[in-house]
Write a protein that binds this ligand. Structure first.
Ligand SMILES: NC(=O)c1ccc[n+]([C@@H]2O[C@H](COP(=O)([O-])OP(=O)(O)OC[C@H]3O[C@@H](n4cnc5c(N)ncnc54)[C@H](OP(=O)(O)O)[C@@H]3O)[C@@H](O)[C@H]2O)c1
Length: 163
């Protein structure tokens, strides 16, 4: 499994159930990295997507503890065990963890690659992930050129687990 996230200087990733900022270049990158793959998300992240609908062109797996939750176009799993069982059906490199904070923080260290869009700004976030620079065993193996949109600088990074 790999994960993809956009995080600010403080590793903030969201506020009030939404993203911290609008970066069209990052949305394009997210689409390129996830299209045709399996995306795994928490129920709150599903609700934050346009219309609360699954992402087209991808197999959507949604984690919830709610026994009654169903969503058209989504595979719903109701525990971490069920999630692992479902993910095992696919090639690990085709499974992308897409959030949110709760799900990232549970599964981050099970991911082989972390595709992190590092936003060089500080936002007033209420959702955070762990500091990837402090994770043992992960190293930055690729960094894009610096990007800039609406005066906000950011960069695409790939962290890879060494062992
Ligand atoms: N910057 C980025 O790249 C990025 C990406 C994605 C999301 N986000 C942001 O992250 C924030 C949402 O994150 P979040 O942490 O609030 O929510 P989340 O991780 O998307 O979803 C949390 C929900 O997942 C379910 N869940 C989690 N652990 C579970 C378990 N062990 N068993 C069963 N169900 C479980 C629960 O659903 P139920 O309550 O239904 O039981 C829980 O409420 C938003 O602000 C969003 O915009 C940012």
């Amino acid at each position: 499994m790999n994960m993809i996230v956009a995080a600010d200087k403080n590793w903030g990733i969201g506020r009030d159930g939404g993203l911290l900022t609008h970066l069209p270049g990052d949305l394009k990158y997210f689409k390129e990295r996830t299209l045709g793959k399996v995306v795994v998300m928490g129920r709150k992240t599903l609700e934050s997507l346009p219309g609360g609908r699954p992402l087209p062109g991808r197999t959507n797996i949604v984690l919830t503890a709610n026994p009654f939750f169903e969503k058209e176009g989504c595979i719903v799993v109701r525990s971490m065990d069920q999630l692992r069982e479902e993910c095992a059906k696919y090639e690990p490199e085709n499974v992308m963890l897409i959030g949110g904070a709760m799900v990232y923080n549970m599964l981050m260290e099970e991911c082989d690659s972390l595709f992190i869009t590092k936003i060089y700004e500080e936002f007033d976030a209420d959702a955070f992930i762990k500091n990837a620079d402090e994770l043992e065993d992960y190293k930055v193996v690729w960094a894009s050129e610096m990007q800039e949109e609406n005066g906000i600088k950011y960069q695409f990074l790939e962290y890879k687990r060494e062992k």
